[in-house]
Structure formats: structure tokens, C-alpha cells
Design a protein around this ligand. Structure first.
Ligand code: SDX
Length: 393
């Protein structure tokens, strides 16, 4: 049963659970979803097919694939009354605040999916959450910029449909180029799961208490919001933009990042597990270059990113600490090229990570032997202390 195993990877990272969803070898830079290498999925798989692999444990056959897509289509729209929530948020509300609130609010509409009783109920719930998370994200952006919400189209694959809901306007439908759609699809595939990261562990913790799928994933959204986790992709673009706009020599920025007292970190570098390249960073680096080339645009931030990477990898400080580019280092450049606004970057990470959160919730939910997560602590506080009346304190 899970929860009774203490694993130690030799770097002081100890684990206390077993999972069959994602495998990472930080030494060799290996990442597999249900045993399938991330490189194969990024090159050949759609985001929804990857989601089905993670959630249901195997790549879908054509019949299962079509049935799940139909469930997504049927569940893409939001309940009419949910529109009122969008109207209630101030225009400058952070889209991550809206996303976590709205995923939680889905329960109030008593989706039959909340009370999962069997396998088909779970399939509907998974489809509803994947579909509605995308719709909520796009609608929060439209509300933020004061444009009418664009409804999902039923003839578009997942990534294209999201871009349609983000960028179509009443007088013109947005249709992404194949290269843009492929880049977004790959971005989502690469973010779909990553074993026991901060937000996924949060989902598992909440799920272990018996909370439903929507409440658990809403908690995961909040955990992802932090700049050291899902907020890093935005922080990377802010870092590269600052270097560009203030014409900071890359060598000087690297020196600042090495000095703990400077408070500057090389955002997009380092990882708790990978002690060599994050395989996702490699794939995203090439994808960023290909996308910009297909759009015939140059982004000075890509050139700066390359210079920063080269300088850091040549520097003893980073080499000795085995700090390499992680998934966030190049992902922001792709999102910029697609036209996603910076304050939506972490939301994009959340859309990508939703299949992983759902899969981990299910792993906890299905395990009858699963006990509520209750981390033990090392008490470092005061010894036995007597209560004194205020006059004697
Ligand atoms: C994600 O867990 C996951 O899988 C997460 C994720 C996922 O898919 O879910 O992969 C997504 O969150 C990627 C990480 C995104 N965050 C960033 O890029 C922020 C910048 N990175 C750092 O904050 C840091 O590298 C972490 C948080 C990612 C990892 O931190 P660790 O493993 O706890 O490293 P540490 O704080 O113990 O640092 C070890 C040493 C320290 O120096 P010394 O005390 O030995 O002198 O390395 C230094 C740190 O100062 N260091 C850095 C650094 N990261 C670590 N120095 C400069 N720049 C950095 N980015």
C-alpha cells in the first residue's frame, strides 16, 4: 500500500509514496508517462491522447479516443449561471485566482460528475474538468480585456479550440497556423505530469482526505501559482526582458545569480530532481526556434536565453551544483510567440498539468488502502513551558 514506503534518491530527497503514473530519472534526464518516453509523446501525441494515457493508464484505441473526444465536446461549455462569477471579478483579478475559484465553483452546479460512483462517471468528470478548465481560462482572459466571451467550437481539436476562445472576436474567427497549434500542443504535453511536484503533491494530499476531484484540483492550481513552481515561466520572461531592456551584460547577471545575498536567481534554472538536463527544456528549446522561424519573427529574448544558458553551463557555480535549464526556461518564449499574455503563462501551465492532477487524484481515490496523508514532523520548538498570568510575563 502507499504511504508506508520511505524512498531516498541519494540527494536528501525522500519520498513516502509509490505511484505508477510518471517515471523520472534525474541523473539521466529521463521522463516517461506510463512508461512512454516524453520525446515520443511530444513529437507524435496530441495533448488529449497524452491526457488519456496519464488518466486511464494506456494509449486509447480509436473507439476510446472518439468516445472521450465526444465527452470533451459535450462538456466544453460552462453552466449559464457561471457567467455571473466572471462579472463579479474585478477586471485586474489574477487569472490564477479566477481559475482556482471557478474550478471550485463547478461543484456548486452539482455536476453529476462530482459524485463519482463508477468508471463512466469518472470518465465524464475527467472530460468535464479538462474541457472546462480550458474554457474558464480563455473566458477569464476575455473578461480581463473586456471582450465578449468566445464559446468553444465543436469542430476544433483541444489546443486550437483554446486559441479560438482566446483570440476570436465577434467579427473574425481566429484560426492558428499548424505550427502554432503544434507548438501549443507540445507545450501542453510537456507539462501534463511530473510525478510528486509541489502542486501534484497538494492534489494528492487533498484527495487523501476524500475531497472530490474538483476541490482537489482547485488546490493544485493554488500550489502551482508560486513563482518557484508554476510562476517561474513568467519570471523567466521578466528576467530575460530586464536583461534586454536594461542592456545588462549576461556575465553580470550570472554573477548576481551566483551571489545569494543579491536575491537574484537564474529563473528557469535548477531542479530538485534533475541533476542533468530537464528533457522538456531540450525539446522546448528546439520548438521555440522552429516556431519563431515558421512565424518569420525574431525574439531577442530567445537570443538572450541562449547566451544565458551558454554562460551558466560554462560556469563552475552552476556546474558544481548541477543546475541546468528546466521546463520553464524556454516555455515562456513559445507562449510569447503564440501571443499568450505574460499573466496567463501560469494558467497555461495549469491547463497542461490538469491531466496529471486528475490521474493522481484517481490513484489516491481508487486505492482502498490509501490512508489520509499525515506528514510527520521534527519538533524544534520550546520545551515544556509554564503558563504565567500577564502580570508575571
Ligand atoms: C518547476 O518538481 C517539479 O517537478 C517542478 C516542475 C514541474 O514540472 O512540476 O519541474 C516545474 O517548478 C520547475 C522549477 C521552476 N522554478 C525555477 O526555475 C525557479 C528557479 N529555480 C530555483 O528556485 C531552484 O532551482 C528550484 C526551486 C527549482 C530547486 O531548488 P532546490 O533543489 O531546493 O535547490 P536549492 O534551493 O537547494 O539550491 C541548491 C543550491 C543553492 O546554492 P548553495 O546554498 O549550495 O550555495 O543551488 C543554488 C542555491 O542557491 N540554486 C540556484 C538556483 N537554483 C538553485 N542559484 C541560482 N539560480 C538558481 N535558479
Amino acid at each position: 500500500s502507499t504511504g508506508l514506503i520511505t524512498l531516498d534518491d541519494g540527494y536528501g530527497n525522500t519520498g513516502s509514496c509509490a505511484s505508477a503514473i510518471t517515471f523520472i530519472d534525474g541523473e539521466k534526464g529521463i521522463l516517461r508517462y506510463r512508461g512512454v518516453p516524453i520525446e515520443d509523446l511530444a513529437a507524435r501525441s496530441s495533448f488529449i491522447e497524452t491526457a488519456e494515457l496519464l488518466i486511464f493508464g494506456e494509449l486509447p484505441d480509436p473507439e476510446a479516443r472518439d468516445e472521450f473526444r465526444q465527452l470533451l465536446t459535450e462538456n466544453s461549455a460552462l453552466h449559464r449561471d457561471m457567467r455571473k462569477h466572471f462579472d463579479g471579478f474585478p477586471a485586474d483579478a489574477h487569472p490564477m485566482a479566477i481559475l482556482s475559484a471557478m474550478i471550485n465553483a463547478l461543484q456548486a452546479y452539482d455536476l453529476p460528475e462530482i459524485h463519482i460512483t463508477d468508471a463512466s462517471g469518472f470518465r465524464r468528470a475527467a472530460a468535464a474538468l479538462l474541457a472546462k478548465t480550458r474554457t474558464i481560462a480563455a473566458a477569464s482572459y476575455k473578461s480581463h480585456i473586456g471582450q465578449p466571451i468566445a464559446y468553444p467550437r465543436y469542430d476544433m481539436p483541444y489546443a486550437e479550440n483554446f486559441l479560438h476562445m482566446m483570440f476570436s472576436v465577434p467579427y473574425r474567427d481566429y484560426e492558428p497556423t499548424p505550427e502554432v497549434a503544434h507548438a501549443l500542443n507540445m507545450f501542453l504535453v510537456l507539462h501534463a505530469d511530473h510525478e510528486q511536484n509541489c502542486s501534484t503533491s497538494t492534489v494528492r494530499m487533498v484527495a487523501s482526505g476524500g475531497a472530490n476531484l474538483f476541490a482537489s484540483v482547485s488546490a493544485g492550481v493554488n500550489a502551482l501559482w508560486g513563482p518557484r513552481h508554476g510562476g517561474a515561466n513568467m519570471a523567466v520572461v521578466e528576467m530575460l526582458s530586464r536583461i534586454h531592456q536594461e542592456k545588462i551584460p549576461v556575465s553580470r547577471y550570472i554573477d548576481q545569480a551566483k551571489d545569494r545575498s543579491s536575491g537574484v536567481r537564474l529563473m528557469g534554472f535548477g531542479h530538485r530532481i534533475y541533476r542533468s538536463f530537464d528533457p522538456r527544456a531540450q525539446i522546448l528549446k528546439e520548438a521555440a526556434h522552429s516556431l519563431l522561424e515558421s512565424l518569420n519573427v525574431t525574439d531577442p529574448l530567445l537570443d538572450i536565453a541562449r547566451q544565458v544558458e551558454e554562460a551558466a553551463l560554462a560556469d563552475d557555480y552552476f556546474r558544481e551544483r548541477r543546475l541546468y535549464p528546466n521546463v520553464d526556461f524556454y516555455s515562456g518564449i513559445i507562449l510569447r510567440a503564440i501571443g499568450i499574455p505574460t499573466d496567463m503563462f501560469t494558467v497555461m501551465f495549469a491547463i497542461g498539468r490538469t491531466p496529471g492532477w486528475i490521474a493522481h487524484w484517481k490513484e489516491i481515490h481508487d486505492n482502498a488502502a490509501q490512508r489520509i496523508h499525515r506528514p510527520r514532523q521534527l519538533y524544534v520548538g520550546e520545551p515544556l513551558t509554564q503558563w504565567l498570568p500577564p502580570a508575571e510575563r
